[in-house]
Write a protein that binds this ligand. Structure first.
Ligand code: C2E
Ligand code: CA
Ligand code: CA
Ligand code: CA
Length: 279
């Protein structure tokens, strides 16, 4: 019998091939993005529900490429993780976000906290806690004005070292949030050993709070569990007054989402803050 070579030996479908070509293009363009000033940050406020004030803002990475246009972090962060570029980019994000925070501290918002997303690759660098402390010292910022947003993935391969790294960051006074909570695999026995300040309830549970009784049960269970463990809660992706009402009623501490504000350039976020904080 004759083998149909086309169908038997083809490793890549045309779509897979197009995807890997795009990934290579993105990786190459990303190499120059930093030095060419194509990366920048937007900031999204987290609203403290009891007071309506903004205690912290989250820095979110943006990339405008002259030919490829605006590229989403959900596309380029995984590529930067595979290529190792995430280390350089991640440090740039940390320094840029803290430079902005320093400015806001000096210009009317002294108590503000900055939340910065950290890739699991960055988190696993043995020198991460020292690096973070060193940057905070250079900026003369108190460590508790930084919140590092981690995902449950940081503990998958090696929970023991993850706990050590969190202990080290915690002893240096840096706060940590567990991002996208509920979508990963962390067990409750693990979670209680983590020095986590905040659980960020993933937006997939928040989206259908209006219609879905299961999501309401999950969100209320996450909030009660966090309270029992002495952790705060922030709901992500809050878009409607109905979602907000439910979260408030359940005792969620903070909410973040388009209902309040999209992620904004620094100057626009500053205008937003002036309405929310006594200046
Ligand atoms: P994330 O950390 O979970 O960030 C929340 C995402 O939800 C952001 O998408 C934000 O723009 C979006 N969002 C906020 N409010 C709403 C809402 O009300 N409705 C909806 N539908 N979406 C909302 P974005 O900015 O595209 O970022 C996507 C992901 O990329 C982030 O998810 C984070 O995992 C990653 N990312 C962004 N910046 C960085 C960074 O500096 N470093 C690392 N390692 N990852 C980053
Ligand atoms: Ca300013
Ligand atoms: Ca985040
Ligand atoms: Ca998230």
């Amino acid at each position: 019998a004759k083998l149909d070579g086309r169908n038997t030996f083809r490793f890549f479908t045309p779509e897979m091939q197009a995807q890997s070509v795009r990934a290579l293009q993105v990786e190459n363009a990303l190499r120059r993005a930093l030095e060419r000033g194509q990366l920048y940050l937007h900031y999204q406020p987290q609203i403290h529900l009891a007071t309506g004030q903004v205690h912290s803002v989250e820095a979110l990475l943006r990339w405008d490429h002259p030919q490829m246009g605006n590229i989403s972090p959900t596309e380029f962060i995984p590529i930067a993780e595979d290529s190792g570029q995430i280390l350089q980019i991640g440090e740039w994000v940390l320094r840029t976000a803290l430079t902005q925070l320093k400015d806001w501290h000096a210009n009317g918002f002294p108590g503000l906290t900055m939340a910065v997303n950290l890739s699991a690759i960055q988190f696993r660098q043995p020198q991460l806690p020292e690096l973070v402390s060193r940057i905070l010292t250079i900026f003369e910022l108190p460590p508790d004005c930084l919140e590092l947003e981690l995902t449950e993935g940081v503990a998958v391969d090696d929970p023991h070292s993850a706990v050590e790294t969190m202990d080290s960051l915690h002893s240096r006074g840096v706060r940590m949030s567990m991002d996208d909570f509920g979508t990963g695999y962390s067990s409750l026995s693990q979670l209680k050993r983590f020095q986590i300040f905040k659980l960020k309830i993933d937006q997939s549970f928040v989206r259908d709070l209006g219609e879905d009784g299961n999501d309401r049960a999950i969100v209320s269970a996450i909030i009660r569990m966090a309270q029992a463990l002495g952790m705060r809660t922030t709901a992500e992706g809050v878009e409607t007054p109905e979602q907000l009402a439910f979260l408030r009623e359940q005792g969620c501490d903070e909410a973040q989402g388009y209902l309040f504000s999209r992620p904004l350039p620094a100057d626009e976020l500053e205008l937003f803050l002036r309405q929310y904080l006594p200046s």
